[in-house]
Design a protein around this ligand. Structure first.
Ligand code: ATP
Length: 357
């Protein structure tokens, strides 16, 4: 549970120290008040990065040059302090005053899932968005065995792309075996993960939309074993040289949303896309609980704005047990006041004040 947060020059938010000692935290405010920015700060305090910007620079308050954030997490009866400081394009994260070399420690310690209006892009957006989503899920489910293979792959991919540009054929040939092996390892884990994912996703979507949907994994390599992959890769070598880049590998894998034989993403209505993307996040939260044995922190960014009462009810039923839940809303509705142990805050122009609770 995130019990306290301190913010300094974080987007439009005022410098503040806020006690968050409730299971449900509700942020109420007008458009542009700073609710999403506050949820982003909570995500930062859990995972050390944003859910929307890749550039930490954008987090810094306009006209300023640095931001800082401190989160105090309670795990059972122990307290952890996460300190993040950013200045001059450099971010440092400290966990209990010790500099953190690898952010994956945070991912394992304070799992956090954000649900928001931007999630629909998981359905109709670029294939890389779905790859990132499933990569994050695989990192949480498999831990180091996935994270380290993916990092090794990304490193080798970079080196091979450079080698194609610099015409270093000896490096390409000597790294083929390693490249194919990393592909095979990642493909195996991705396939295993997707069948676990679909086993939960398909029935949940069916109950909501009366449609039978599942994700299908289209690996860049069609071959099933490393020998065949190697032969295929070497057969395509002239083509890769002509393009001077790596054209085959898991960085090009695709995840397709299928209804039977039809790729369905572009046929779904706006509302259906939204529901399906919410279910994807629900399944992520459920798998975290099952595999990590930890309850996640859930962030809901304007999730209920477009949901009718029946869909809202179903949304809550799908949620696994969570450690704590933060949500943004335009007003404090009667059903929110029935949530057990809640605190509500009004957000106005980046200032946050306690309402009741
Ligand atoms: N780095 C920054 N420094 C200062 N202000 C910023 C920064 N980044 C964004 N903002 C401002 O924060 C405000 C947006 O806040 P936020 O996205 O949290 O709104 P919100 O309360 O979630 O609104 P909505 O309900 O419309 O989504 C905008 O006015 C935006 O200009």
């Amino acid at each position: 549970m995130l019990e306290e947060i301190y913010l300094y020059q974080f987007r439009n938010l005022a410098t503040m120290c806020l006690a968050l000692d409730a299971k449900h935290i509700i942020l109420v405010g007008q458009n542009g008040a700073g609710k999403s920015n506050f949820l982003e700060a909570i995500y930062y305090a859990c995972l050390g990065s944003s859910f929307r910007e890749r550039q930490d620079e954008q987090i810094v308050h306009f006209e300023k040059h640095q931001f800082a954030l401190k989160g105090i997490h309670r795990i059972d009866k122990y307290f952890d302090t996460v300190n993040i400081q950013y200045q001059e394009k450099r971010k440092e994260i400290f966990l209990n005053k010790v500099i953190l070399r690898d952010r994956k420690e945070l991912l394992m310690r304070y799992p956090c899932v954000i649900f928001g209006y931007h999630d629909s892009a998981l359905i109709h957006g670029e294939p890389s968005l779905r790859r990132q989503f499933f990569d994050q899920m695989a990192s949480l489910v498999y831990g180091d065995s996935y994270i380290l293979s993916l990092r090794a792959y990304q490193h080798l991919l970079k080196q091979r792309n450079l080698a194609f540009k610099n015409e270093q054929s000896a490096f390409i040939a000597s790294s083929d075996g390693m490249f194919v092996q990393l592909n095979a390892d990642l493909m195996l884990l991705r396939r295993g993960l997707l069948s676990q994912f679909n086993a939960k996703f398909t029935p949940l979507v069916h109950a909501l939309l009366d449609k039978t949907l599942e994700f299908s994994y289209k690996a860049s390599f069609k071959e099933r074993n490393t020998e065949e992959m190697l032969v295929y890769l070497q057969g395509k070598r002239a083509y890769e040289w002509s393009k001077k880049s790596v054209l085959f590998g898991v960085h090009r894998d695709r995840y397709l949303l299928m209804e039977g034989e039809r790729e369905i993403a572009s046929y779904l209505s706006v509302g259906e896309r939204r529901m399906v993307s919410l279910v994807m996040k629900q399944v992520l939260a459920q798998l975290i609980v099952e595999h990590r044995g930890r309850k996640p922190i859930i962030l809901l960014d304007d999730v209920f704005v477009e949901l009718d009462n029946a869909h809202r009810e179903r949304f809550w039923q799908m949620l696994p047990d969570y450690e704590q839940l933060f949500m943004s809303a335009f007003s404090l509705e009667p059903w929110m006041k029935e949530l057990p142990s809640y605190k509500s805050y009004r957000v106005v122009g980046g200032e946050i004040e306690w309402m009741d609770g």
